[in-house]
Each structure stands twice: as C-alpha cells, then as structure tokens.
Design a protein around this ligand. Structure first.
Ligand SMILES: Cc1cc2nc3c(=O)[nH]c(=O)nc-3n(C[C@H](O)[C@H](O)[C@H](O)COP(=O)(O)O)c2cc1C
Length: 161
C-alpha cells in the first residue's frame, strides 16, 4: 500500500499529489490544520521549523509499504502542519519514502532535505524526490515530473526479480 500524505493550502500540491496517486495506485491522506493562520505567521512558523496542530489522520504506517510526503515550500522550508505530521509518524522503521515538493520558484531542495531528515529520524529509507513549479502546475505541465517520480516509486515498491 502506497500512502501519499499531503498538505495543500491553495490546491497546487493537491493537484500533483492526486495525479501521482492515480499513477501509482496510492491512497491519499490529507494533512489538515486544526486552524489556518495568517500569511505572515505562516511564513514565520515555516521559517523557524515550528509545528502546528493537525486533525487526526493516518500516522501509523503499520499497513503502509511506501510513504510519499507532498508539501508546498514555505519560506524555503515546509509548513508547520507538515512538521507536525513528520513528528507523528510511527511504525515506519525500514520503510521506503519519497518526497514531492511544490513551489513558486526557490527553496525546493531545502524543503526536500527537511522532509528527508524528519523521516530518516524515524529510520525510514529515502528513495527519491521531485520538485514542481506553481506555474507549471497551473499550466498543467507537470506530467513528466510525476511520471518520473512514479517510476522510481513503483520500481522501489516492487523491485524486479
Ligand atoms: C507562507 C508562504 C511562503 C512561501 N514561500 C515560498 C518559498 O520560499 N519559495 C517558493 O518557491 N515558494 C514559496 N511559496 C509559494 C508556494 O510554495 C506555492 O504557491 C505553492 O504552489 C503552494 O502550494 P499549494 O497551492 O499546494 O498551497 C510560499 C507560499 C506561502 C503561502
């Protein structure tokens, strides 16, 4: 079972995560804030690596074979709700994961590194990452990036014998 946990404030990450789920046959799980804060606070909380409460969702990975975390880039980092999700993940040791980040223009690799570190602290195994651009998503031109990420996931989830 491939779980795709994502947060999306304005719908771009959701669009890409949904396309990926269709491609790999994954199950989507949305990271929902208990409450959204204002724009300035969003940037500040991301910038300082803070956490903020999320609604109950699947964090126990006992029945998950592969995890994908999909997130927008905020202040070259990730939203506080994503930090909260990463901190809550359990029964994950040894399991593979990929990271998908969506951004306006810069900080993608930094955001990937944050998610990677968070899940490696849970002793998970990094497989791959991809970065999409807001304008490409708006134009519906993110297919090839999703295809390539999907390929690495399917390959790692079911290695050739
Ligand atoms: C608080 C905040 C901070 C942001 N910081 C960055 C940034 O550092 N780099 C970047 O490329 N885009 C940044 N963005 C733009 C988002 O990553 C981009 O709009 C993305 O498409 C949003 O995804 P969503 O529609 O799933 O919420 C920021 C957006 C917000 C709201």
């Amino acid at each position: 079972m491939i779980l795709i946990a994502y947060y999306s404030w304005q719908g771009h990450t959701e669009k890409v995560a949904t396309a990926l789920a269709e491609k790999v046959g994954g199950r989507l799980a949305v990271i929902e804030p208990v409450s959204e804060v204002g724009m300035l606070r969003k940037a500040m909380m991301a910038r300082f690596g803070m956490r903020a409460p999320i609604r109950p969702m699947q964090t126990d990975l006992s029945d998950v074979d592969f995890l994908v975390v999909a997130t927008p880039v905020w202040a070259r980092k990730v939203p506080p709700y994503v930090n909260e999700y990463l901190a809550g993940v359990t029964n994950a040791a040894g399991k593979p994961f990929s990271v998908l980040v969506e951004m306006g223009g810069s900080g993608g690799e930094n955001a990937v590194a944050i998610v990677k570190k968070g899940l490696e602290e849970r002793r998970m195994r990094f497989i791959s990452s991809a970065v999409t651009l807001e304008r490409e998503v708006d134009a519906g031109r993110f297919g090839p990036v999703v295809d390539e990420l999907a390929r690495t996931i399917v390959e790692a989830a079911a290695p050739a014998v």
